[in-house]
Design a protein around this ligand. Structure first.
Ligand SMILES: Cc1ncc(COP(=O)(O)O)c(C=O)c1O
Length: 404
């Protein structure tokens, strides 16, 4: 019925590449296979007890049951300011430079809805977390994608990065207004250091574009590496906003808590659009999140340590099985180049084969962008024993294909 009524926005969204692997995973499971699942960035650990306790205490108080505050209760916004001061020495105004969101994804998507005029162009590195580009498409904008060049050790090739931006600013019409950055990066795990942001703020100011920085994995770092914030650069607030999430750091993915801070014009745009869309997160969630950010951070170190150990076991055991992978220095992922000669299959076919023949589920790199097709993303969400089992399966799998 009504064939002439078309949903143009939905038509602009590509088919979800990961769906193919997900469906296959389910059918393998239904057939009784023990699939070792590294495919989603969904933390498998529990939320720390003191955060749950605060949630329970708060939910017992009837006054928390009504509509909440869309931009976040004041105490939560103060806790966010405190977190930035302690971590990064950055001062924020809780009224104009901070907004809480229902997970950082919701904040990002609505920010992009709020700031994108029809046809606006955003620069987004490829590969990327898929919503980083799709949000602009959904909002009626366009995306200028450029290859995220990295070195062997998963550090950014900064010269290539800045030269891609220069090219985009010179050749893209209309001139891009936005750049999305995400370090530590999902899916590639690529990291940067503060001088990168210093240069980026300088370029953004000169070329006149806003930077939207996503530091979802800021606290999941190893071997002494620490994630910088773009807001540490003096004057960064003129050109940048940054988002963060409690999903990864505190195993709170299902709670849906994140925030966006920085440039008051962009923060204000998100606050305004959200005031039309929602009544804020359930107050007990906001109260518990305040405690998560304010109180003892030893749980963060424990969660981080679990990922580090898994990373070490994975890199070592997969290496012994014939799949050499460099150790990432941040995030809950390993970005693994597909071994020869299977690389020519492309990441989707390789992932399907790995699932069917070795019972190991990973995310095909192509799902994150064209330049991801020689890689797969392995999420560190299975325990060490399961990782070792996966390595045994992979050893046989690689042998049967003449590699390793
Ligand atoms: C880079 C990045 N940003 C944001 C998110 C979304 O996090 P949230 O749970 O806060 O929406 C993810 C989740 O995987 C992510 O990888």
């Amino acid at each position: 019925m009504f064939d002439e009524i078309e949903f143009e926005k939905i038509k602009r969204l590509p088919k979800y590449v990961f769906a193919a692997v997900n469906e296959l995973k389910m059918s393998q499971r239904h057939a009784g296979a023990d699939v070792i699942d590294f495919s989603m960035g969904n933390p498998d650990g529990p939320t720390p007890q003191h955060i749950i306790d605060k949630m329970v205490e708060s939910v017992r108080k009837p006054k928390t049951h009504g509509y909440s505050v869309s931009k976040g209760i004041y105490k939560l916004r103060l806790a966010i300011c405190r977190w930035y001061r302690e971590k990064y020495g950055v001062e924020l105004d809780p009224d104009t430079e901070v907004v809480a969101s229902m997970g950082s994804k919701e904040g990002y998507v609505n920010l992009v809805q709020a700031i994108t005029n029809p046809g606006d162009v955003a620069m987004v590195p490829d590969p990327c977390y898929p919503i980083h580009s799709q949000a602009f498409i959904l909002a009626g904008g366009n995306v200028h994608r450029f290859k995220l060049e990295m070195r062997e050790d998963y550090t950014l090739d900064e010269d290539a990065f800045f030269s891609s931006i220069e090219t985009a600013m010179r050749e893209s019409f209309p001139r891009p207004k936005y750049l999305v950055v995400n370090f530590p990066n999902n899916p590639t795990t690529v990291t940067i250091d503060l001088p990168f942001y210093e240069k980026l703020v300088d370029v953004a100011r000169r070329e006149r574009f806003y930077v939207i920085s996503d530091i979802a994995y800021a606290e999941i770092t190893f071997d002494g590496y620490r994630t910088p914030s773009i807001l540490q650069v003096p004057g960064a607030k003129d050109v940048a906003v940054e988002s963060y999430t409690l999903s990864k750091t505190y195993n709170m993915a299902g709670w849906r808590v994140g925030f966006l801070v920085g440039n008051p014009k962009l923060v204000g745009a998100l606050v305004k659009i959200k005031s039309w869309l929602d009544y804020g997160m359930f107050t007990p969630i906001q109260v518990a999140s305040t405690v998560a950010l304010n109180e003892d951070q030893s749980c963060v170190r424990e969660i981080c340590d679990i990922y580090r150990k898994r990373r070490d076991v994975l890199v070592q055991s997969f290496g012994n099985a014939g799949w050499e992978i460099e150790k990432p220095r941040a995030s809950m992922f390993v970005w693994a180049r597909i071994p020869e000669p299977l690389r020519e299959l492309g990441s989707l076919e390789f992932s399907k084969k790995l699932l069917v023949e070795a019972n190991v589920a990973v995310s095909p790199g192509i799902g994150f962008g064209t330049y991801g097709d020689e890689y797969v993303r392995i999420a560190l969400i299975e325990n060490e024993e399961r990782i070792r089992q996966a390595a045994r399966n992979i050893r046989k799998f690689l042998k049967s294909h003449g590699c390793g």
